[in-house]
Every structure is written in structure tokens, then in C-alpha cells.
Design a protein around this ligand. Structure first.
Ligand SMILES: [Zn+2]
Ligand SMILES: [Zn+2]
Ligand SMILES: [Zn+2]
Length: 470
């Protein structure tokens, strides 16, 4: 039996070669998490547990946010966010051997991941979510109804990164991730958000259509069949008994459905005395106070997201950038535009003789490169790469990013042999550029030139162009 070593001063426990950080409300230093195999939260206080789980899972460093987290004393966790974000519970430290396999499994999974410095905040969030799903072996990202959520539904590992007023950004990020092919999704529900601040905690009221006040009374309208009189219930009541008498013909009302009925109701506003039959419905935002008609609220779909094969690969290799991030690099066109122009060039070659080519330059170790630089530096590097390429090709040729590691370009109306020569020169210049700008980073490039063949589709050309890249 391995020995259980408890160090009260340091708040650590060692067992079987693993070190656990014990977090109590007196010991809140989340930065220390990175130095241990796992975290055990002393769970006597629910709001403390919620706060500390949030702080660990919303941390920027994978060393911290991916750490196995357990709760000691096994109090019944009823908070669904906490439930989704912890890896288990313990009744006492003597049970620590029971969680060892889980700790080992998560640490092994974490060891398989490569992390990059993503180009944008969106890409960074996507990388975080998919890495967490990978280490926990979760296939689906389920929205959970959550009382503390600003949008009523919470995607724990994603939403936890936002403060209340920005939580709606989680929905945008999931939509981007789906467009990037990282997730598939299916419909779950719809929520309505304040058009001013996108908060979903709203107070709905029926209000006067004239002045907007929610202060009103409601009365039945009565229709007396024998004399056809129609009026509010108060016209029919008397002070002596609870019977109803018709104010027009003075007959006593007998049975509803036989001699009278209640065709509708009448509301009376206590603020402006307006009498009306149909309310407006307004929603008052509990965050910013804006009171809007429900028609003006922003409806948003809440969907369940499942990791695709592409998403699993991105989890392992790191998710560097969204298409939007690289579309913003000056001097390039969108990859879709590149494909369209390629299609036209292939069409043109059917009519004329001549040689046109597409070329690709591929960075073979992008995660190694990107993990060493911040996102701003990465953008500068990509811009510089484009500048070098641009200055070596004709203005009529176009450049595009297929991904953050593959640049494609056209070299129309020149022999393939020459295109090859120019591309080799460009790669040499790129190598020199990186060697002078980033001294301790070595980058390997691969390149390929494909001569356009008017019998083949644009997609086949691209396949041929990139099939040998690692
Ligand atoms: Zn009114
Ligand atoms: Zn009557
Ligand atoms: Zn609002």
C-alpha cells in the first residue's frame, strides 16, 4: 500500500507518486494548481465550491484549466455547473486511491495535446473547449438550464470563461466553431434575450397598450341574450346578494350558456384609465432595465454541439485560427474566392493553349511555431510572409490561406518549371525572414506546384496540391 502523506502547512497530499493540492476557503491560490497532479476542494461551502471551480476552469493556462478536480466530503452537489466541471467526489482522504485511475487517465490524455497560441480570442476559446472535451472524453457539449446563467442555458466549460454581461458571446463562439467544422449541432430550445444587452433574465408582464403600465384590473364582459345588452360584469352586480341583474331589462340572469354568456374580458388600466381588450406583453431586462415589447427581443437558438472528426484532430494539434482571423491578413483573398478564380482559370484554359499553375507553401511544424509567439506576433509573421510572396509574383496572381499553416497562390501563364523556380526562391526568402525575425525558432517549409489541367475540377487540383503535406 502506498503511503498517504498529508502536508497541512502546504495544503498538499501525496499518494502513489501523485501530488494533490487541497483547496480550502483559506487557501485560494489557484496559480499553485499547475504544480500538482490534481486538485481536491474541501467542499463544505457550496458557494465556495462554485467560485473555486469557476476560477480553475476559466483559467487561461491548460496546466490549470485541464487539471483533474475532485470535491472532498462528497456533499450532494446540486449545482449543475459544478457537477459538469468536476471529475468526482471523495468522502475522506483515505479514499484517494479510488480516484488515482481517473487522475492518471486525464493526465495521460492531457499529455497527448499540443497547445498553440491561437490567433484570436475566438480561436483560443474553441481550442480550450475542445481540449477539455478531449481530456474528459466527452463527445457532446450539452446546454444546461442554469439559474446563474445570463442566457438561461449554460455550456459549462465555455460559459465559465465569461462574466455575466458577456456570457452571450459563448453562443457566438459555438456558431463560429460549427462554421469551422469543429462541431455538428442539433436544436434544443430557443431563448429570448434583451435587445440592449443580450441578457436573458427578463420579467414578463401584460401591460396597457396605451401607457405601458402593468397596473390594471380585469373584468368579464357579459352578453344578456334576451335583450342583447353587452357590458362589464360590474353593470350586473347588486349590493344585496351575489346574483346578477340586467341593467337594461332588469331580468335576473339564470344560467351561463342559457340566457347569457361571457364573450370576452375588459381590462382597465389603473394608471391612465384606458379600457382595452388585448394586452401588450413587455419584458423588462433585469440586467439593464430596458423594457421592451416581446416582439423586439432577440430570439436565439440553443443547440447541442458534438465534436466532429475534424474537431478531434484540432483538439490534439491545437486550434490556431478561425477563417475570419486569416481572412483579415492584407493582400490575400478568401479561400472560397481562390477556388472560384481557379475555376475560371481552368475554364479559360479550355479555350486557349498555355500553362497556368497553382502553388502551395506549407509550414510543417505550425503548432511548434505558433506556441512560441503571441497572437499579435503571429499576425505580423503571416503578414510578412504574404508581403514576401506578393513581391515575387505578378499582381494578377492571388494568394490565399487554406489554413493557418498552408498558403496557396496562383501563377498563371508561366511554364511550370519557372513557377517551381520562383516558388523555391520564395521559400528561401521566407526561411531567411524567419531566421532573422525569430532567432530561436526553426521552421520547416514544404512546397508544391501543380500545373492546371482543364479536364480536372478545382477541388481535385487542391487535393493534388496538398496531399503530400505532413
Ligand atoms: Zn394605461
Ligand atoms: Zn337584459
Ligand atoms: Zn438588458
Amino acid at each position: 500500500m502506498p503511503e498517504l502523506k498529508v502536508n497541512k502547512e502546504e495544503s498538499t497530499v501525496e499518494y502513489a507518486g501523485f501530488s494533490f493540492l487541497l483547496l480550502t476557503d483559506l487557501n485560494l491560490d489557484v496559480e499553485k494548481v499547475g504544480f500538482h497532479s490534481a486538485v481536491i476542494i474541501d467542499g463544505h461551502d457550496r458557494s465556495f465550491i462554485r467560485q473555486i471551480v469557476r476560477r480553475i476552469r476559466s483559467h487561461n493556462s491548460p496546466d490549470i484549466y485541464l487539471k483533474p478536480v475532485f470535491i472532498l466530503k462528497g456533499i450532494n452537489i446540486i449545482d449543475p455547473m459544478v457537477n459538469k466541471l468536476v471529475d468526482g467526489t471523495l468522502f475522506s482522504l483515505e479514499q484517494i486511491e479510488l480516484i488515482i485511475p481517473e487522475v492518471e487517465r486525464i493526465l495521460t490524455k492531457t499529455g497527448e495535446l499540443h497547445f498553440t497560441n491561437s490567433l484570436s480570442f475566438e480561436a483560443q476559446m474553441i481550442e480550450k473547449v475542445i481540449s477539455y472535451m478531449f481530456t474528459c472524453e466527452i463527445q457532446d457539449l450539452d446546454p444546461i438550464p442554469y439559474i446563474y446563467s445570463a442566457n438561461n442555458y449554460y455550456y459549462p466549460i465555455l460559459s465559465v470563461n465569461f462574466n455575466h454581461k458577456d456570457e452571450h458571446m459563448a453562443l457566438d463562439i459555438l456558431e463560429i466553431a460549427e462554421r469551422e467544422g469543429v462541431f455538428d449541432s442539433s436544436y434544443v430550445d430557443k431563448v429570448y434575450l434583451c435587445s440592449g444587452c443580450q441578457n436573458g433574465q427578463l420579467s414578463y408582464r401584460e401591460v396597457c397598450p396605451k401607457c405601458g403600465s402593468s397596473h390594471s384590473t380585469t373584468e368579464d364582459i357579459i352578453h344578456h341574450f334576451p335583450c342583447a345588452y353587452v357590458g362589464p360584469l360590474s353593470d350586473f352586480t347588486n349590493e344585496i346578494d351575489d346574483q346578477l341583474d340586467c341593467p337594461k331589462c332588469n331580468k335576473r340572469l339564470r344560467h351561463i350558456g342559457v340566457d347569457y354568456d361571457k364573450p370576452s374580458v375588459l381590462h382597465e388600466c389603473k394608471a391612465c384609465d384606458h379600457k382595452f381588450q388585448d394586452f401588450n406583453v413587455k419584458a423588462k431586462c433585469l440586467a439593464c432595465g430596458q423594457d421592451s415589447l416581446v416582439e423586439q427581443l432577440k430570439g436565439r437558438e440553443i443547440r447541442k454541439y458534438s465534436l466532429t472528426k475534424k474537431g478531434q484532430i484540432a483538439a490534439i494539434n491545437g486550434f490556431v485560427s478561425t477563417s475570419k482571423d486569416i481572412e483579415e491578413i492584407i493582400g490575400t483573398v478568401k479561400f472560397d474566392t481562390f477556388l472560384t478564380m481557379l475555376k475560371y482559370e481552368i475554364e479559360r484554359l479550355k479555350q486557349t493553349e498555355g500553362a497556368s499553375n497553382i502553388c502551395a507553401i506549407h509550414l510543417s511544424n505550425p503548432s511548434q511555431l505558433y506556441s512560441k509567439m503571441g497572437s499579435e506576433v503571429q499576425k505580423v509573421l503571416l503578414k510578412d510572409l504574404v508581403k514576401v510572396i506578393r513581391s515575387n509574383i505578378r499582381t494578377s496572381d492571388i494568394i490565399s490561406f487554406q489554413s493557418s499553416s498552408t498558403i496557396v497562390l496562383s501563377m498563371n501563364e508561366i511554364p511550370t518549371r519557372i513557377a517551381n523556380k520562383i516558388l523555391t526562391e520564395i521559400v528561401e526568402m521566407l526561411k531567411r525572414l524567419i531566421a532573422t525575425s525569430f532567432k530561436d525558432i526553426s521552421v520547416e517549409f514544404e512546397m508544391e506546384v501543380v500545373k492546371l489541367d482543364y479536364k480536372l475540377s478545382p477541388q481535385l487540383h487542391i487535393q493534388q496540391l496538398t496531399k503530400n503535406f505532413g
